[in-house]
Design a protein. Structure first.
Length: 316
């Protein structure tokens, strides 16, 4: 029997994990010739998520869980799941059921056909989201696709089913600053996009605030584009050119009309403007330097506190 690994990052999802398993197991029961293993990754939850995962693993074969020593983030949880996946295929899904399990048979059929290496899901609307958040999300995709050579599909979710070849390619990218949407696209392979409408959470609340999403978007731009560095250079050259022509203008005005030594308010505004541009450019450089600093320290992306289920594998 072929094996499908379902990777499910969980952070404070006590209200959703049992609903997720019940609904997903009902769908997977109809997959012909395929065994399914569930890899739940507890990302340092502070509620009863880990307790419920232990209960699921004890009562259902094929359920495994990993528990981090603290909250390392969804990117680390997805990587941990992929590293522990033993299947011929692997799928990443959210525990809140915003990734409909009913799409699994279609995704699996596409990859099993041999025509595609990966079947991924993108949402075609953003119903239920605040309008301002939806607008910023659309602008992010426009900006990053103009800045980066790696195309990131608008509305792309982390929900995708991949062949073992694709999983192994992703695991060859051990970078610390991870932006999985970009990594999935960067490794290439033949990807079929399956469209779906936006689904509401089954239970609980979203862990992604507007600020967290903004930081995540900036991480993605920095991880897959050096265009901000070029923008900083262009701004510097442009200001140099403006300054040069301004000096010529002041000299000519003094020689022709005289009395050029006035206008302190405007001078202060210009100084503040140029200082702001300089700080902006320094901030861009600082972001790239910070990412490089984190990479060269070579700290582990996550630390497992314990794991279990299936064969009751545990490690400190």
């Amino acid at each position: 029997m072929a094996l499908l690994s379902l990777i499910v990052p969980c952070y404070n999802e006590e209200a959703a994990v049992e609903l997720f398993y019940a609904r997903t197991a009902a769908v997977c029961a109809g997959l012909d010739g395929v065994d399914v293993e569930y890899i739940f990754v507890d990302d340092g939850s502070t509620d009863r998520t880990l307790e419920l995962l232990r209960g699921l693993a004890a009562g259902h074969p094929g359920v495994r869980w990993l528990s981090f020593s603290r909250n390392f983030g969804k990117e680390a949880a997805m990587l941990a799941g992929l590293e522990h996946a033993r299947g011929d295929w692997a799928a990443v899904m959210d525990a809140d059921l915003q990734d409909p399990p009913e799409l699994l048979p279609e995704l699996l059929a596409l990859v099993r056909s041999g025509q595609w290496d990966c079947a991924a899901v993108r949402r075609v609307d953003r119903r239920g989201e605040p309008p301002i958040r939806s607008w910023f999300a659309r602008q992010f995709y426009k900006i990053i696709n103009r800045m980066s050579k790696t195309e990131i599909v608008d509305g792309a979710r982390d929900y995708r089913l991949m062949s073992r070849q694709v999983v192994d390619a992703i695991l060859r990218l051990p970078e610390y600053n991870r932006f999985s949407k970009g990594i999935f696209s960067w490794v290439g392979f033949r990807t079929k996009w399956v469209e779906t409408v936006n689904a509401e959470r089954s239970a609980g609340e979203s862990k992604w605030s507007f600020f967290k999403l903004l930081v995540y978007a900036l991480d993605g731009i920095i991880a897959f584009s050096t265009a901000p560095l070029a923008i900083a250079s262009v701004l510097g050259l442009a200001l140099c050119a403006v300054s040069f022509f301004a000096i010529i203008f002041v000299i000519v005005r003094q020689l022709v009309w005289g009395g050029s030594a006035f206008g302190w308010p405007s001078l202060v505004c210009i100084i503040l403007f140029i200082a702001g541009i300089q700080l902006f450019c320094m901030g861009i450089l600082g972001q790239y330097l910070a990412k490089t600093y984190l990479e060269v320290k070579r700290r582990p992306i996550y630390i497992l506190r314990e794991q279990g289920g299936d064969q009751d594998e545990k490690e400190p």
